[in-house]
Design a binder for this molecule. Structure first.
Ligand code: ADP
Ligand code: GN1
Ligand code: MG
Length: 367
């Protein structure tokens, strides 16, 4: 799904903004929503972040926005005086709503731009990895006392690998884009590991893992860092809903412990950075260790294997469907992304004993 042109200034006039818009820029590298940075003539305003919510992906926009309002209010209530963390702040429409629907059925929302912040697609330093771990761990911890059932499930079965595999095999059967003949090697990888990859589902069904409120999109670029690489804000709250902590841990490791970008075409460039894995784990356990149950800790490595595998399944499904879900930059993009995920998955698998040791040692040192 790629982006048409919009009259962004006209859209922004439907929100309670200060000053006039002097500049509009396309912003960020998200695969789902469209994001624009708005600069205004009001020198006191830090600028705004306007997003067109992808309502083909998020079918219940009202429910999604209600989730974000609840989650941000809950977190705000936990901030202590003098705290330096930032929080996404929704700007209401001129009608007092959290989102605006235009005449073409596009859905828009507006946040304050968080000044002095930036995000990274690939981690550059251990500090970034550690800070991201702290940020996502702290995020989960602040939501640990909220009832998971009070949030709408914005995408059903989002991290349910059994459902993702079902969708994948359906895409293989339909072969809508005539691409199945070219992906036999990837199909073989998927089928070889599918049994093992249902471990978290099985533990969940057996009642061994608590359901919690999780972020569900813990890519490195969904945490904002300041100039000194301090994590200042967890963003992209569209998928905050019920989940298992292993999903967040795994999705973060998928980008943070990967030496290459998510769509790296050269497999040799895709390696596991064990120092970044350790740094993320330390940050995460320091922030979340106090509420995690033993089985959840045991599930973390499974999450680190599952999320690259599942992301590979999702990219490949979209490739076979004809690229309807993720934005792409070139025709084979989803295939290259899927291959990169499977390559990372294989490397994480090979290092599993070492990675488990890092988790175990970190938990022991934090007790
Ligand atoms: P998507 O769902 O498409 O990934 P995000 O909400 O993650 O959209 O936003 C895309 C990018 O915009 C982020 O990676 C981040 O760099 C930037 N961003 C998002 N919200 C803010 C904000 N309030 N202040 C500053 N930058 C932001
Ligand atoms: C999408 O929106 P963005 O780019 O942060 C996707 C995630 C994937 C990710 C892969 C709602 O995240 O699940 O892990 O791309 N979000 C949705 O980069 O599907
Ligand atoms: Mg994002």
């Amino acid at each position: 799904m790629n982006t048409p042109d919009f009259d962004i200034t006209a859209v922004a006039l439907n929100f309670q903004i200060a000053g006039e818009i002097s500049e509009v820029r396309s912003y960020g590298n998200g695969h789902i929503n469209d994001t624009f940075l708005l600069v205004t003539t009001d020198a006191t305003a830090p600028g705004y972040l306007l997003q067109r919510i992808n309502h083909h992906v998020f079918k219940d926009v009202a429910g999604l926005m209600e989730n974000i309002a609840r989650v941000t209010a809950h977190i705000e209530g936990k901030f202590l005086p003098g705290n330096t963390q930032k929080l996404l702040h929704l700007i209401k429409t001129t009608e007092g709503k959290t989102y605006y629907r235009d005449q073409d059925n596009n859905y828009w929302r507006l946040y304050f731009f968080i000044p002095g912040s930036r995000s990274y697609d690939v981690a550059e330093t251990e500090r970034q990895a550690y800070q991201a771990g702290m940020a996502f761990g702290h995020f989960q911890s602040m939501l640990a006392d909220m009832d998971p059932e009070c949030l709408t499930e914005t995408i059903a079965d989002f991290h349910n690998i059994e459902k993702r595999l079902k969708d994948f095999y359906q895409a293989v059967q339909l072969d809508k884009a005539g691409r199945v003949a070219g992906v036999n090697a990837e199909i073989a990888v998927i089928s070889q590991h599918e049994q093992a990859m249902t471990t978290i589902n099985q533990w969940g069904r057996a009642g061994l893992l608590p359901k919690r409120i999780t972020h569900n999109d813990t890519k490195l670029n969904n945490v904002l860092l300041d100039d000194n690489d301090n994590a200042i804000c967890v963003i992209d709250l569209d998928t905050v809903m019920v989940g298992y902590v292993a999903y967040d841990f795994g999705d973060a490791i998928r980008t943070i412990a990967n030496t290459a970008a998510e769509d790296e075409p050269e497999p040799d460039n895709i390696q596991v950075n064990t120092a970044f894995f350790k740094a993320y784990t330390e940050g995460y356990i320091q922030a979340a260790g106090s509420f995690l149950e033993e089985k959840e800790i045991e599930s973390l490595l499974w999450g680190a294997l599952l999320l690259p595998y599942m992301q590979g399944v999702r990219f490949l499904t979209d490739y076979l469907d004809g690229d309807n879900y993720f934005k792409i930059a070139y025709p084979e993009h989803n295939l290259i992304r899927a291959r990169a995920q499977f390559s990372l998955f294989e490397k994480l698998r090979a290092l599993s004993p070492q990675l488990q040791q890092i988790i175990t040692d970190t938990v022991l040192s934090c007790n």
